[in-house]
Ligand binder design. Structure first.
Ligand code: SF4
Length: 350
């Protein structure tokens, strides 16, 4: 269990973490990447943590991988690389570092460890889970195999190492349709996200896609009527939905794509106003790079992603706690599923 008072006491003995306008001013280059969404008062609070973390990174030969759903002070302040879960896992294999700090959720840190077993992978808060990853176990995969004999299992990367190990191949929201289309079987099992599977089923009608009934607690909250109401209230707004949203929601949107697909779409199209139907920090993290786009609300927050804070990252790096371990045999099988996805994606030119 997380002991915040003890962590704070430990950090305050070693670091001067008091808000500092002077330090904040000296770090204006970093602040310029988030000044549209982070106030100067908040920046003065974050700056001492960011300085301490960045100094410690150099000392430990560490890199920080920041998911698109991290808050801006983490995404822009301390992350060496930002992106979606697959981009970060691939980056984990490429970086020449001894330590990786995963600013995201637990399954992402596990994926980094699976692909880079020789590196120390730190998770700043072990309780940063994921409703999708928690919805299925390796037994659930076996149950689907019994229900649909001979059908290949395509599992989303938002799964535990055990589930990846029990699957035939992984997918992400950016390559799911192409991976499913490439399977050598009429019936394809998709786990654990029922909505991603239903969106893929619509895009790949030549396959009989069957699914596990998991869902993301952030994206399942949207309703088609929310989008219709929003269009009426704020005409001209481009509505952009993540494919973890129910298909009826995606059908109401102007575009649907993975987090990296959303970034590309908004960067290319530069709509005057955009509503990102996904996790709140997505819009915050791209707002400064796209000053011509007005990102309008509402959005839903992922309580798991928001468990990661500057304070917890500093503590993990300072004490080297929160190390991810994956059973060697499970890791080897899980690596095969992830590697098959990477190889097939390259083969398909995705
Ligand atoms: S946003 Fe959804 S899929 Fe992503 S970590 Fe949170 S619960 Fe899991």
């Amino acid at each position: 269990m997380f002991d915040l008072p003890a962590q704070r006491a430990h950090l305050s003995e070693k670091y001067d973490l008091a808000p500092s306008p002077e330090l904040a001013a000296s770090m204006s280059e970093i602040y310029s990447r988030m000044s549209r969404v982070v106030s100067p008062m908040d920046w003065a609070i974050y700056a001492p943590y960011i300085k301490a973390i960045n100094d410690l990174k150099a000392e430990r030969n560490a890199v920080i991988l920041g998911h698109n759903y991290m808050t801006p002070e983490i995404y822009h302040g301390i992350s060496d690389f930002g992106g979606d879960s697959l981009q970060l896992a691939i980056k984990a294999t490429e970086v020449e570092a001894d330590v990786i700090v995963q600013c995201g959720v637990h399954f992402m840190a596990e994926t980094s460890k699976i692909l880079s077993p020789e590196k120390t992978v730190l998770m700043p808060d072990m309780e940063a889970g994921c409703s999708l990853a928690e919805s299925i176990t390796a037994e659930g995969i076996e149950e689907m195999r019994r229900r649909y004999p001979g059908a290949p299992v395509v599992s989303y990367v938002n799964t535990t190492a055990e589930v990846k190990a029990a699957s035939d191949i992984c997918c992400t929201s950016s390559n799911a349709a192409q991976i499913v289309a490439a399977m050598d079987s009429d019936t394809v099992i998709m786990t654990p996200d029922q909505y991603l599977a239903q969106n893929v089923a619509r895009d790949v009608p030549q396959k009989n896609v069957v699914w596990w009934e998991g869902s993301c607690i952030v994206h399942e909250q949207y309703r088609p009527q929310d989008l219709r109401d929003f269009r009426e209230w704020n005409p001209g707004t481009r509505l952009i939905a993540h494919p973890e949203c129910p298909p009826e929601v995606v059908a109401e949107a102007d575009f649907s794509g993975s987090t990296s697909g959303i970034i590309k779409y908004v960067t290319d199209e530069k709509p005057e106003k955009a509503l990102l139907i996904t996790e709140c920090s997505m819009a915050s993290n791209i707002a400064d790079a796209l000053p011509e786009v007005d990102f309008v609300g509402p959005c839903n927050m992922c309580p798991y992603m928001k468990k990661i804070t500057l304070e917890k990252v500093l503590f993990a790096l300072d004490t080297m706690t929160g190390q991810i371990e994956v059973n060697t045999e499970v890791a080897a099988k899980a690596r095969l599923s992830v590697q098959r996805m990477i190889d097939l994606s390259r083969q398909l030119g995705i």
